[in-house]
Write a protein that binds this ligand. Structure first.
Ligand code: ZN
Length: 328
């Protein structure tokens, strides 16, 4: 198991334990990127984030996962008049201050790819956050000052990742704006970003297409190692969208638009993937829908409700799509 090889980093957070080993390809990619990328830097205002400049107008912000899973990427696009922050991480450390420093305090649009704690807990550092309409109910459930309690044990010590509780930026109630598929944001001078509903990982999971730079920000619907389909609780509204079938339909729509983007930036692990990854995801999803029992392997994982079974279908060049009997 290679996940015990520490990544050399100046982050104030430190991993204590992980939920599962990270596969060697992802681990090697992250270790080499974080230790050798020429643009890597820390910004004093936020000791919980590493900043990478990936294009002239694009930054990736890495922070450590605080409950045992893979570390997250947030992305910052700088447009002519406005900037866009895609996802907000766990909200430990001053993300707003960091973004303002990178943009020179430009007007900012904040968006979420989906309503999960590792991508949306920092929302409360901002006044307004946009997401797809189907993830609004989940985001509303998370809009409270208790979202960080699960990171600590009964004695108040961090369970998964060591960090200073005082560095959680205090909760402030923010506005949630649910958007339809196709909603377009304007960063000025015709620099448009389109919200594309992709479903799958959550009911309202969406991606953001930077039309000017031909880049697709994919959240957790494209991840090396494993994409989990159907993370929504069965009773949650729009739960039927957190299925392989809906994900397949949305990947088919994206596959028809491959001529609009060249590179894909996921929410975790390997980034700057070539656009053909969408075709490989479509192939895997089609194969699952055609034969749900034709998975490549199965395993079990722990949930709050006990041990659950999950199936995996290989995705060429990427990893697996995981699902279960209820999420096809
Ligand atoms: Zn995630």
């Amino acid at each position: 198991m290679k996940d015990n090889i520490a990544i050399v980093s100046a982050l104030k957070s430190h991993k204590i334990k992980v939920r599962e080993p990270i596969d060697e390809r992802c681990w090697a990619y992250m270790k080499l990127m974080r230790e050798t990328h020429a643009t890597k830097r820390m910004v004093a205002v936020n000791p919980y984030a590493e900043v990478y400049q990936l294009r002239d107008n694009l930054y990736a912000i890495l922070s450590e996962h605080l409950s045992g899973a893979g570390d997250m990427w947030d992305y910052l696009i700088i447009g002519p008049q406005k900037a866009m922050l895609i996802d907000t991480g766990f909200g430990v450390g001053d993300l707003k201050g960091l973004v303002n420093e990178l943009t020179g305090s430009m007007p900012l649009i904040v968006v979420n790819t989906h309503a999960h704690p590792d991508h949306a807990s920092g929302n409360c550092q901002f006044d307004r956050v946009y997401c797809h309409a189907y993830d609004v109910p989940q985001l509303e459930q998370m809009r409270n000052p208790y979202i960080w309690d699960v990171l600590f044990d009964e004695e108040g010590k961090p369970i998964w990742t060591e960090f200073d509780r005082e560095d959680i930026v205090p909760f402030h109630k923010y506005e949630i704006v649910g958007c339809p598929d196709g909603h377009t944001f304007d960063l000025g001078a015709g620099h448009e970003i389109e919200l594309i509903h992709t479903a799958g990982h959550t009911a309202g999971h969406c991606m953001f297409l930077d039309k000017k730079h031909r880049l697709l920000f994919a959240g957790d619907d494209v991840i090396s190692m494993r994409i989990s389909i159907g993370a929504a609780r069965p009773d949650s509204p729009f739960g039927e969208w957190a299925t392989v079938t809906r994900y397949r339909d949305q990947m088919a729509r994206l596959a028809a638009r491959l001529d609009e983007f060249d590179y894909v930036f996921p929410g975790h692990f390997v980034l700057d993937l070539e656009n053909e990854v969408i075709l490989n995801l479509l192939d895997a999803a089609n194969a699952i829908v055609a034969d749900p029992q034709g998975f490549d392997y199965e395993d079990a994982f722990e949930t709050s409700a006990g041990v659950a079974k999950r199936y995996h279908k290989f995705v060429k060049g990427l990893g697996t799509l995981s699902y279960n009997d209820k999420t096809v």
